[in-house]
Design a protein around this ligand. Structure first.
Ligand code: ADP
Ligand code: F6P
Length: 330
């Protein structure tokens, strides 16, 4: 089986995430170590369809492990969601002698990998997204760096918020998932944490909390709002009108996707990249690498995409208790 795989491609797709470079480096070096050639496919599926394909050697990935972003570039590509686009992608792989492709990205990118596998090109997915919203895995590349970046930024907003005795709504990324908001909410000691999985849209509760905290002498009120709820600026206006307390919205935005990856993101991305290279060189296809109960495993993509995951009830309850007790302390 192993002898059938002579050349693999590697691409990054969807939103970039810190640690993707560590994964690319590991895929390249592990595959080369297995005697397999590697080609870098630039700009995700868009670059595949445009034949932006380059040979990669062990030295091509020198000096990248500490860098944010992705040296291959990334994109979202509508054409690849069509059957014609997928057939064209597979033909281009065959033309370049690519037997299999390692795809680093999120759920959407996995669907592309699934389609390519159906077209006869072996594919392996690696979870790369700051959102942590891939059901089959406890870890996704970039989440750790993103929450640390957001946490540090929120601490800074808290300083000025306290000085001015303001209420601050800080919006963090996460698409439809509240993981970044929950983690930062707990880590930054926020007074309110709004996540799409749980939010009841009862703004009056938040207003009552702010007024209660102010009466108890609290100088700031931090609300971490997830992107999936959004509307932080209009929420700030309504809260200021209802409480009489100056309220500002800060949308952290793309800073959460950039920056040098944390040690955890470099380490896990390296292991997952090597794991993906190993199983693609073994001839496996339509699989994704995941972390389950702290172990590295792989799942069939169809099975992985059918899995569900939700915010832990216990962790959410803890977040409520901790933010409530900080309110009563004043
Ligand atoms: P992520 O991988 O982070 O979830 P997207 O959802 O934007 O990001 O997906 C990245 C890319 O994967 C898309 O731009 C598209 O090229 C490809 N993709 C998404 N969904 C499909 C699909 N159903 N079939 C084939 N390719 C898809
Ligand atoms: O998936 C990562 C992410 O940053 C999400 O948190 C966000 O919703 C989305 O990508 C933004 O995507 P774009 O780069 O297309 O604006």
């Amino acid at each position: 089986m192993a002898s059938e795989i002579k050349t693999i491609g590697v691409l990054t797709s969807g939103g970039d995430a810190p640690g993707m470079n560590a994964a690319i480096r590991a895929v390249v070096r592990k595959a080369i170590d297995r005697g397999v050639k590697v080609k870098g496919i630039k700009k995700g599926y868009m670059g595949l369809l445009a034949e932006e394909i380059v040979d990669m050697e062990a030295y091509s990935v020198s000096d990248i492990i500490q860098r944010g972003g992705t040296i291959l570039g990334t994109a979202r590509c509508k054409e690849f969601t069509t059957e014609e686009g997928q057939q064209k992608g597979a033909e281009i792989c065959r033309k370049h002698g690519i037997d299999g492709v390692v795809v680093i990205g999120g759920d959407g990118s996995y669907r592309g990998a699934q389609a390519l596998s159906k077209q006869g090109i072996n594919t392996i997915g690696i979870p790369g997204t700051i959102d942590l919203d891939i059901s089959c895995t406890e870890y996704t590349i970039g989440f750790d760096t993103a929450v640390n970046t957001a946490m540090e930024a929120i601490d800074k907003v808290r300083d000025t918020s306290s000085s001015h005795e303001r209420c601050s709504i800080i919006e963090v990324m996460g698409r439809n998932a509240g993981y970044i908001a929950l983690w930062c909410g707990i880590a930054n000691g926020a007074e309110d944490i709004l996540i799409p999985e749980k939010y009841d849209f009862n703004e009056q509760n938040i207003i009552n909390n702010i007024i209660g905290n102010r009466k108890r002498g609290k100088t700031h009120h931090l609300i971490i709002n997830a992107e999936g709820i959004g509307h932080s600026t209009s929420m700030a206006r309504r809260i200021e009108a209802a409480t009489g307390i100056e309220t500002r919205a800060t949308i952290l935005g793309y800073m959460q996707r950039g920056g040098s990856p944390t040690c955890r993101d470099r380490y896990y991305a390296s292991i997952m990249g090597a794991y993906a290279a190993d199983i693609i060189c073994d001839g496996k296809t339509n699989r994704v690498v995941a972390m389950r109960h702290g172990e590295f495993v792989d799942y069939d993509i169809d099975e992985a995409l059918a899995m569900q995951k939700d915010i832990s009830e216990y962790e959410y309850e803890v977040s409520k208790v901790l933010s409530a007790s900080s309110r009563t302390e004043g």
